[in-house]
Design a protein around this ligand. Structure first.
Ligand code: THU
Length: 160
């Protein structure tokens, strides 16, 4: 038996103002998308903005449903739209922001496991890393240089 250690590395910015210009502009678009979230049940709004290598930006937000499991997270709403509209484009970067109408979110809020799996599919498909910036409404912003860094032991097509 031997132990295998798996590490994730994040870069953490003290606040939005510390972000590089290209990430700040994408995060602003994620914040705008968050405002349009349809989250009447959780009151937790998430915005996602995706920069593609054709310079298009695709945004999305969470879409809830009275039948709760039928709703969809912001990240998947956005990434599936990007895949549907620009099937040949590569994803360069994603910006994610989450806020609650019940309490202020002040720490970086990472994408849920199901969204990580969905993003992983596109990172594997394009064979190039996707940068992911994530934050609450305010406060520190975390950056991962790839999705793989956020989802060690990913399940991908190599197992099929
Ligand atoms: N949500 C997202 O949009 N993205 C995530 O990564 C985590 C959760 C949404 C789903 C649901 O509408 C609300 O946030 C509360 O879970």
């Amino acid at each position: 038996m031997k132990e295998v250690k798996i590490e994730s590395v994040l870069q953490v910015f003290d606040n939005f103002d510390e972000l590089p210009v290209n990430a700040a502009s994408l995060m602003k678009q994620a914040m705008a998308a968050r405002e349009n979230a349809y989250a009447p049940y959780s009151k937790f709004s998430v915005g996602a903005a995706i920069l593609l290598d054709n310079d298009e930006v695709v945004t999305g937000n969470n879409q809830e449903n009275a039948s709760y499991p039928s709703g969809l997270c912001a990240e998947r709403t956005a990434i599936y739209y990007a895949g549907a509209k620009y099937p040949d484009a590569k994803i360069v970067r994603m910006a994610l922001t989450a806020g609650s109408r019940i309490h202020q979110t002040v720490t970086p809020i990472p994408p849920c496991g199901a969204c990580r799996q969905a993003i992983a599919e596109y990172e594997v498909k394009q064979d190039a890393p996707i940068e992911i910036y994530f934050m609450g409404e305010t406060g520190k912003v975390a950056k991962s240089n790839s999705l793989a860094n956020l989802l060690p032991l990913v399940f991908d097509k190599s197992f099929l």
